[in-house]
Write a protein that binds this ligand. Structure first.
Ligand code: ZN
Length: 60
């Protein structure tokens, strides 16, 4: 079962839920408002060394 992260703007916190890929939003267990899915961003713009080599996958 995939684990997805949702973010409740009302509570300002993340909620981890096990759900299917088609679920775009869940109901926040704390306040009952809709919490939208958070897309994981692995690429950060920091640490640009100016190199031309693009690393793929997980680095050790
Ligand atoms: Zn909430």
């Amino acid at each position: 079962m995939p684990l997805y992260e949702f973010y409740c703007s009302t509570c300002r916190k993340k909620i981890e839920e096990l759900c299917g890929a088609g679920t775009e939003s869940i109901r926040c267990p704390s306040c009952g408002e809709d919490a939208g899915k958070v897309f994981s961003t692995f690429r950060t713009g920091k640490g640009a060394n100016g190199g031309g080599t693009a690393s793929s996958g997980c680095g050790g």
